[in-house]
Ligand binder design. Structure first.
Ligand code: NI
Length: 432
């Protein structure tokens, strides 16, 4: 199956930041075969489908490297609270009422929102992950999934087992779209012995670790009291940072912490909206990027954001870094875009297959409708996207060569059915 997208402007997000005007992209099955000018494409090639990209801009799909998709149920539920109070008094008690079957619909709701916002890949850490995996398989998205782990307690062995089973049942499923990681939640919910057990599982399965790290000042303070060192140093000393690690937040970092993240090549998921909303602080991403640390973008769950828009995170990441440092040269728009695409792929160890538009990569492509007042005049696409763009500008989405949205219509998710089921779950859990 060959699809040609022609008459399209393209930001490839490759290493040279190659851009094209009025060019084309050839998709063959699940891969990109060609990106460039139509005149450079082999003349006698046959297509099954031709799409006209006039008035649109093509980008690699956006990547959300930290979220909890099934938390869409708690969107707008508990607001204006600090992290620990929000978690322990509001979120954890209602989470206990979730049952098997709920997470599937709540995940689909999140996936519908993400696809409509141009997100093609996301990394998740939560419970009931096999249902989220099923939703990934059916929605057509790319998902990197970890069972959220806490312990030790009477259920922690079971949770580890669930993470192992998630890998056994889902690693590589959906034509390779589903990947599994191990998800120790944070140092304040996992004792050192349990962190080591999580690490052993990650080693055994040969996968990475997804963890919340140095999210609040309190986490750092408590770590210093309990262990005599920062959360980053604590993980380093336990050997938790020896393999592939995706660390969400990294808001409160000392110079020594950043030395460690740099040395261990830890991948950071920067979640500016969630960090602002929970009053956690602002991550020093300009300093991390200067050191060459991979910084990607995450929304965190819908309960603490409250949406799943990577377009919004791109904008915030640039704006707050400039503002907090009183330095407008920091985080130019192209850097924000890079965090949302190529760096996201690197953070998930998927940079060989997604994150930029190039022959041989998987066809994860989004088209943005630029025939709108806020994109005129057509000058600098990167700045337009980051500072003028909205999630609702996304027109079409492909993942693995399959079209998931056409002219804003979702092709793999029945939204009315999702709304119906989510309302039912809401009534049962939140109104009882
Ligand atoms: Ni989180």
């Amino acid at each position: 199956m060959r699809t040609l997208i022609k008459n399209i402007d393209i930001l490839t997000m490759d290493d040279n930041q190659t851009r094209y005007e009025n060019a084309c992209i050839l998709i063959e099955d699940d891969e990109i075969r060609f990106v460039g000018n139509l005149s450079d494409l082999q003349a006698d090639i046959q297509y099954d489908k031709i799409e006209d990209g006039e008035g649109k801009l093509a980008l690699p799909g956006l990547i959300n490297t930290h979220t909890h998709v099934a938390m869409t149920l708690f969107r707008g539920y508990a607001n204006d609270l600090p992290l620990m109070e929000w978690l322990s008094q509001k979120i954890w008690p209602v989470e206990d009422r979730l049952s098997e079957g709920d997470a599937y619909w709540l995940s689909l709701l999140a996936m519908a929102e993400m696809i409509r916002g141009g997100v093609t890949t996301f990394a998740d850490m939560y419970m009931f992950m096999e249902e989220t995996a099923l939703a990934v398989e059916q929605s057509g998205m790319r998902g990197v999934l970890a069972r959220g782990l806490q312990g030790p307690d009477e259920k922690s062995g079971l949770r580890l087992e669930e993470n192992r089973r998630l890998w056994q049942n889902w690693q590589g499923r959906g034509n390779g779209r589903i990947r599994v990681m191990v998800g120790p939640h944070a140092i304040y919910t996992c004792q050192p012995s349990f962190l080591l057990e999580s690490k052993e599982l990650a080693q055994e399965l040969e996968v990475g670790i997804h963890i919340h790290l140095s999210e609040t000042g309190k986490e750092v303070e408590d770590s210093k009291k309990k262990y005599g060192k920062s959360p980053v140093r604590h993980l380093y000393d336990l050997g938790l940072l020896d393999g592939h690690v995706l660390a969400a937040h990294c808001v409160h970092l000392s110079e020594e912490d950043m030395d460690i993240l740099e040395e261990k090549d830890v991948k950071v998921a920067h979640c500016p909206a969630s960090n602002l909303k929970l009053g956690s602080g602002i991550a020093p991403i300009a300093d991390m990027i200067k050191r060459g640390i991979t910084v990607s973008l995450g929304t965190d769950g819908a309960a603490s954001n409250n949406n799943l828009s990577i377009m919004k995170e791109m904008s915030l990441a640039g704006l707050i870094s400039k503002g907090i440092k009183e330095e407008p040269t920091l985080i130019p728009a192209i850097t924000s875009l890079q965090m949302a695409t190529y760096n996201g792929a690197k953070a998930l160890a998927l940079e060989d297959s997604v994150g930029s538009l190039a022959p041989g990569k998987k066809a994860d492509i989004i088209l943005i409708n630029t025939q709108q007042p806020h994109y005129y005049p057509h000058t600098d696409w990167a700045n337009h996207l980051v500072y003028s763009g909205y999630s609702s500008d996304i027109d079409s989405v492909w993942v693995n060569g399959k079209k998931l949205m056409d002219n804003r219509e979702l092709l793999t998710i029945d939204l009315d059915k999702v709304y119906f089921e989510v309302n039912k779950i809401y009534k049962r859990i939140m109104e009882e």
